[in-house]
Design a protein around this ligand. Structure first.
Ligand code: CP
Ligand code: NVA
Length: 307
């Protein structure tokens, strides 16, 4: 049996393909209600640190801990002042004495690495500027619900080569999906992430043509053009201009396979990367995907934090 207890989860590549399989099987079982009445994390506490806003991540980790018999403590950056009120190292060295796991949403990925370096308790990436691995667990649970084994499945990611896109590239390596990422020129995902995935045999194509990427795809994915922390007016204006043609709308969905699904991690910036008609389209599974944040993270917490 794969044992993830005590491990950090900073990137999807912290999992082996077998560990991914075990985690997903647990997520599907949790969704079917197979753990009902059990409290595997009774007496356990998760500290949740937020340097950025959140609806889904905050709510689903909190509800997940409650449903597994434990509880969570929410810490906003206004209160704890990561690296300002006190060093990240000291925050880790304090929290590990009281809690059984730390989930953090941060700007710099290095903040997570610093927390993980100094905390003996598992540290979970709840989003950094670089990666959003817990989102990808829910995304792939949703993909598996619709298509079974994702290996070889044609996935198109359209838009900004941001934290979501980087994590998608890592998931292409982990799961064997055939991934095409279409971004405007200059907005491609992290080059080192792509290179590593390609060297390890992932099927990843980088393109600047959203229509070609969408054509025949089984999964069409998009995310915002302006991520949290990039809101400065000048950069927002530049991005919105540069991204013309990269919007997911019913016309683009028309190009995908007949049984394709549309996913978006949310929040949506309607009128930019997506229109409401796409979120509400018959191909859209975005609210199943949001629901699966709960099941997938329960599976993750169970495997990392159980005795
Ligand atoms: N998708 C996602 O992480 O949502 P929140 O920013 O609301 O947590
Ligand atoms: N790329 C987005 C994802 C939000 C869940 C951001 O970082 O804001």
């Amino acid at each position: 049996m794969t044992d993830l207890r005590g491990r950090d989860f900073l990137t999807n590549l912290d999992l082996s393909p077998l560990e991914y399989r075990v985690l997903m099987d647990t997520a599907h079982a949790l969704k079917r209600g197979e753990f009902k009445g059990q409290k595997p994390l009774e007496g356990k506490t998760l500290a949740m640190i937020f340097e950025k806003p959140s609806l889904r991540t905050r709510t689903t980790f909190d509800v997940a801990m409650f449903q597994l018999g434990g509880h969570s403590v929410n810490l906003t950056n206004a209160e704890i002042g990561l690296g300002v009120r006190e060093p990240v190292r000291d925050i880790a060295l304090n929290l590990e004495r009281w809690v059984d796991g730390i989930m953090a949403r941060v700007f710099l990925h290095s903040t997570l690495e610093e927390l993980a370096k100094h905390s003996k308790k598992p540290v979970i990436n709840g989003l950094s500027d670089y990666l959003h691995p817990v989102q990808l667990l829910a995304d792939f649970q949703t993909i598996e619900e619709n298509f079974g084994d994702p290996k070889g499945l044609e996935v198109a990611y359209i838009g900004d080569g941001n934290n979501m896109a980087n994590s998608f590239v890592e998931m292409a390596l982990l799961t064997g999906v055939s991934l095409t990422i279409a971004t405007p020129r200059g907005y491609e995902p992290n080059a080192a992430v792509i290179l590593h995935a390609l060297e390890q045999g992932a099927k990843v194509k980088i393109s600047n043509d959203p229509v070609a990427a969408a054509r025949g795809a089984k999964v069409l994915y998009t995310d915002v053009w302006v991520s949290m922390g990039q809101e400065q007016e000048a950069s927002e204006r530049r991005k919105i201009r540069d991204f013309a043609g990269f919007q997911v709308n019913p016309e683009l969905l028309e190009k995908t396979a007949a049984n394709a699904i549309f996913l978006h991690c949310l929040p949506a910036h309607y009128g930019e990367e997506v229109v409401e008609e796409a979120t509400m389209h018959q191909k859209s599974k975005v609210f199943d995907q949001a629901e699966n944040r709960l099941h997938a993270q329960k599976a993750l917490l169970y495997h990392l934090m159980r005795d």
